[in-house]
Write a protein of this length. Structure first.
Length: 324
């Protein structure tokens, strides 16, 4: 089939379906313009996590009148733009409790291209707490299994804005199970949670081989191989010294893979979150501009974006779903 764009609404949330002969992408323009699903059509397989209650959590709630308080409230899964993750603008501070303002509210959109050969939309919003204007383009091309994303952030305020930015991409659906192997652009993982909790001073003491990361005092796990959904465990690490801006995931049994490449200048680090529980089974691999846990550590290490008034930054990401 040729490329197409369709709009619909569910539980008050407006979303767009972008589709070609290989992929179907659902973008929640009514909630953060997050990518809610990436479906590989031949297998009818969603690559991304979708939580049990999904969009039914939003029934009866108008996000224009009552936006979310932070990006994980009424979490649906998928791929969210967490910006600002943490930050400071004048006397406003973005902390955990109001993190990811962009993902808490509706965006506007326009169709940039709608032909049989290519489709492209632009989603845009001005944030209320830190005056950032965000534009995000998402596109597909005929007979390609790639998703093309471009973003632009502009400080439209009258003071500098300091903030961190993370692409929160959580995998799951029919794709994720114990047959998934992960290719990462590094051999090391930094235990950011433990470093902060223990008031660490020597970062190297908290680095471990990514195939042998401490879960607890008796257990080490290989983060390059997804564990079966029979445990109750959680890990968060960050990746500092990337050899390249690319990671891959491949389900050997199902023969389906996913790869992502991105602009390493904007996102020089990765965040890796693994959650294995009755309600949530996911691996989230997230390009970010910080490897720290907490904005004080980001300020200390100069791992944040700083936009002066009217200054802007542009970036890009691409992902590919493939079969072998």
């Amino acid at each position: 089939m040729s490329c197409s764009i369709k709009e619909s609404t569910e539980n008050g949330i407006k979303f767009l379906h972008l589709e070609n002969d290989i992929l179907k992408i659902t973008v929640l323009v009514g909630k953060g313009s997050e990518i809610y699903e990436i479906i590989f059509k031949e297998k009818d397989m969603d690559i991304l996590l979708k939580v049990k209650d999904g969009l039914s959590q939003y029934k009866g709630r108008n996000l224009y009148e009552k936006p979310l308080t932070w990006y994980s409230e009424l979490f649906t899964g998928g791929w969210m733009d967490v910006v600002p993750d943490k930050g400071i603008y004048k006397d406003v501070e973005i902390k955990q409790e109001n993190s990811g303002v962009a993902a808490t509210m509706p965006w506007d959109y326009q169709v940039l291209k709608d032909t049989d050969e290519e489709i492209k939309i632009k989603c845009f919003v001005k944030l209320p707490l830190i005056p950032l204007l965000i534009e995000k383009e998402i596109g597909l091309k005929e007979k390609e299994s790639k998703v093309y994303i471009k973003e632009r952030l502009k400080n439209v305020g009258d003071a500098e804005a300091k903030f961190t930015w993370t692409q929160h991409c959580a995998f799951g659906g029919g794709f994720l199970d114990e047959n998934v192997f992960i290719g990462m652009p590094t051999e090391k993982a930094f235990r950011a949670w433990d470093y902060t909790k223990e008031n660490g001073t020597d970062e190297e003491m908290y680095e471990e081989n990514i195939n042998s990361v401490t879960l607890d005092k008796d257990t080490k796990i290989n983060l390059l191989r997804v564990r079966p959904n029979i445990y109750d465990e959680q890990v968060f690490v960050t990746i500092r010294n990337l050899k390249e801006a690319k990671f891959t995931m491949f389900n050997e049994k199902k023969g389906i893979g996913f790869s992502m490449t991105w602009d390493k200048v904007t996102f020089p680090y990765l965040r890796y979150w693994y959650r294995n529980s009755k309600d949530t089974y996911t691996v989230a691999i997230e390009p970010s501009n910080t490897y720290s846990d907490g904005f004080k550590n980001s300020l200390k290490r100069d791992t944040y974006l700083n936009l002066l008034p009217q200054e802007e930054i542009s970036t890009w990401l691409e992902c590919d779903i493939f079969e072998r």
